[in-house]
Ligand binder design. Structure first.
Ligand code: NAD
Length: 260
């Protein structure tokens, strides 16, 4: 699995200075791909992260700051990278509230970052993939792209949307050596999940442990969090030759959540 089968390829991973995106970047770098890391910040520590990933895996790694809530910055990210063989649309945020109390600006931000960004990056990346004669697009959706939970209207809508976008992208590239799929993780204990624990405690009147056991892992029959390494491996598999005919579909990595 971790031979350098992606040597010579460049992978752009949006929202990759933490969590799943960083885990995916590590696995693709381990497989030999040059990496473009991204988030909306442009700090010394972001560039230091790129340097340490490059040292660890012996590949070229750049950090390019671009705000995935803005369509023009999404497209500029791909243009500045100059090459995009693998595009992982991963940037995402969450907000938890009942619909009547859900702030409209949070709805707009979630739809922009979790869904529209993938439209813009895909639009900019496809011409580069076509010119190179090969491409892989992996959209990090969610179990919430296939099922719903109360209080997550914008997130569930965006994640269902990105699965639809993945299918259309796959159909438009079906006759080319380009694939597009959506990975649907269950709960992974990243900063995004940590951040929703306080609001969920409030909504359900529970303490932290109860939220983890009764709300989060309640949905996950394995009773274990998914790891970023497992999602990195799944993404690397989708970039391998074995997955050349896998396109327009979803792969659940959710401990059995969507089997229920
Ligand atoms: P995280 O908060 O650790 O990472 C999110 C990343 O997106 C960070 O690098 C952050 O800087 C970046 N980001 C946020 N806003 C951005 C913006 N405007 N522009 C560019 N980058 C931005 O969260 P995570 O859990 O690693 O989430 C990554 C993806 O995985 C998201 O799409 C999320 O919906 C999805 N996901 C997460 C889980 C989970 O349980 N953690 C489950 C299913 C799906």
């Amino acid at each position: 699995m971790f031979q350098k089968f992606l040597g010579g390829k460049t992978a752009i991973v949006t929202g990759s200075n933490s969590g799943i995106g960083l885990g995916v970047a590590h696995r693709l770098a381990m497989a030999g791909a040059d990496i473009v890391l991204n988030s909306f910040t442009d700090r010394d520590e972001d560039h230091a992260l790129a340097e340490s990933l490059a040292r660890e895996h012996g590949v070229a790694v750049r950090y390019i700051g671009a705000d995935m809530s803005k369509g023009d910055e999404c497209r500029a990210l791909i243009e500045r990278a100059g090459r995009c063989d693998i595009l992982v649309n991963n940037a995402g945020i969450q907000h938890v509230a009942p619909i009547p109390d859900f702030p409209a600006e949070k709805w707009d931000a979630i739809i922009a970052i979790n869904l529209s960004s993938a439209f813009h990056t895909t639009a900019a990346a496809l011409p580069l993939m076509r010119a190179a004669g090969w491409g892989r697009i992996v959209n990090i959706a969610s179990a919430h792209g296939l099922t719903a939970s109360a209080f997550k209207s914008a997130y569930v809508a965006a994640k269902h949307g990105i699965i639809g976008l993945s299918k259309v992208t796959a159909l438009e590239t079906a006759r080319e050596p380009i694939t597009c799929n959506a990975v649907c993780p269950g709960y992974v204990l990243t900063p995004l999940v940590e951040a929703q624990i306080p609001d969920t405690m409030k909504e359900y009147g529970m303490d932290r442990d109860e939220v983890i056991q009764k709300v989060m892992l309640e949905r996950q029959p394995s009773k274990e969090f998914v790891t970023v390494e497992q999602l990195g491996d799944t993404t690397a598999f989708l970039c391998s030759d074995a997955a050349a005919q896998i396109t327009g579909t979803t792969i659940s990595v959710d401990g059995g959540w969507t089997a229920m």
